[in-house]
Design a binder for this molecule. Structure first.
Ligand code: NAD
Ligand code: MG
Length: 392
């Protein structure tokens, strides 16, 4: 039996993971589930999946859960806060950790899992954007296998040859083609974008996801974060990654070789496929996702990204080019701006403006230690909040 801890089990990826795992009760055992504040969701998961541990990052919610678990007579140990998260990813009976917390908040607990040498199923792309080099170095040092869950990166991983960690040139890979759906506003008249509401931004044409990543998809910041994620996971540079808008979301990404071969991974847009792939790797197992009906898909379209319409993607490229801590600044400003947008305090097009101004206010620095990056993250949030606050 493979012991599994899920960071962010009440979220979209967390729930899809539990769906896949519950199809294989002979193979996986849920050791720990974790969430931030969704006590009701966690109580229900404790009933259904009987984990040994449940962690609420929010201490007040942990107290609530503890009382409810006791009242329900469930044999679940409730832990609280960041310490609780770090504890349950490091337990000896845990072999795999699903990292599915949203945002930079996932960095420290995921790093704890890396340092404990676990197999990391990495959905939390922000961790790699903030501290990707450190993260990958620590993974190597501690023998932690990092398998991507993000559908594009999982597709790229499936199309990569053995030994890609030694450098893409050495294994005959010319470039990576990173596909993007273009989100809900691909065809919205540009002059209407400023009036788009959180509900409109969160109604993605192909995927059902958490609210933060849904807004990121609408601004295409998601693709910017993914370019950075791909650079770190596949040890390459942004010049070798081409973003291709592919509205059907059937091809999840492609790898081009020097002989002209292009390998792609296709499937229905359902995160249970990459989740099952990473859980079972190097084997394959049932995920609950049906096969692709090509006759139903009928047509696949491709277009270049429109950087005028999607300034966030251009800002992400700028941050990668600046290097150092610039991606961490970009990420922090984006998290703040998206939160302001989702709570109705900022217009849709102002998201990019807050990020741009934050990047302009803070010079990137080149100490990439964890403490330095966490300090950058804190400072960038403060600056972004001031900038966003002036617009309220
Ligand atoms: P979500 O908002 O649905 O879920 C987030 C989870 O993290 C919840 O369980 C929540 O309780 C927990 N959480 C939030 N803040 C926390 C904190 N401060 N401390 C501890 N736990 C906290 O998000 P999601 O859509 O499942 O996305 C999770 C991650 O996976 C993100 O990084 C996202 O970019 C990535 N991802 C998601 C999808 C998708 O289809 N949803 C696809 C690719 C990548
Ligand atoms: Mg993705």
């Amino acid at each position: 039996m493979i012991g599994l801890s899920i960071l962010g089990s009440t979220g979209s990826i967390g729930m899809s993971t539990l769906d896949v795992v519950s199809r294989h009760p002979d193979r996986f055992r849920v050791v720990a589930l974790t969430a931030n504040r969704d006590t009701a969701g966690m109580l229900q998961q404790c009933r259904m999946y009987a984990p040994d541990y449940a962690v609420m990052a929010n201490p007040r919610c942990a107290l609530e859960l503890e009382q409810q678990v006791a009242a329900a007579g469930l044999p679940v140990k409730v832990l609280a806060g960041g310490e609780g998260l770090e504890e349950v990813v490091s337990l000896p009976e845990v072999e795999q950790v699903m990292a599915a917390i949203v945002g930079a908040a996932g960095l420290i607990p995921t790093l704890a899992a890396v340092r404990a040498g676990k197999r990391i199923l990495l959905a939390n792309k922000e961790a790699l954007v903030v501290a990707g080099r450190l993260f990958m170095e620590e993974a190597e040092r501690h023998g932690a296998l990092v398998l991507p869950i993000d559908s594009e990166h999982n597709a790229i991983f499936q199309c990569m040859p053995a030994g890609f960690q030694q450098g893409l040139d050495r294994v005959g890979v010319r470039k990576i083609l990173l596909t993007a759906s273009g989100g809900p506003f691909r065809k919205t008249p540009v002059e209407d974008l400023s009036a788009m509401t959180p509900a409109q931004a969160c109604s993605h044409p192909n995927w059902e996801m958490g609210r933060k990543i849904s807004v990121d998809s609408a601004t295409m910041m998601n693709k910017g974060l993914e370019v950075i994620e791909a650079c770190r996971l596949f040890h390459t540079e942004p010049e070798k990654i081409e973003v291709v808008v592919h509205p059907q979301s059937v091809i999840h990404s492609l790898v081009e070789y020097v002989d002209g071969s292009v390998l792609a991974q296709l499937g229905n847009p359902d995160m249970r496929t990459p989740i099952a792939h990473a859980l079972a790797w190097p084997e394959r197992m049932e995920s609950g996702v049906s096969g692709l009906d090509l006759f139903d898909v009928a047509q696949l379209e491709f277009e270049p990204p429109d950087l005028q319409r999607f300034p966030c993607l251009a800002l992400a490229y700028q941050a990668i080019e600046s290097g150092g801590s610039a991606p961490a600044i970009l990420n922090a400003a984006n998290e703040v701006a998206v939160e302001y947008f989702l709570s109705g305090r900022l217009g849709f097009t102002a998201i990019a403006e807050v990020i741009r101004e934050t990047l302009e206010s803070l010079a990137p620095q080149y100490d990439l230690s964890l403490d330095a990056l966490l300090a950058v993250d804190r400072e960038a949030r403060k600056v972004a909040e001031q900038i966003a606050g002036r617009r309220v």
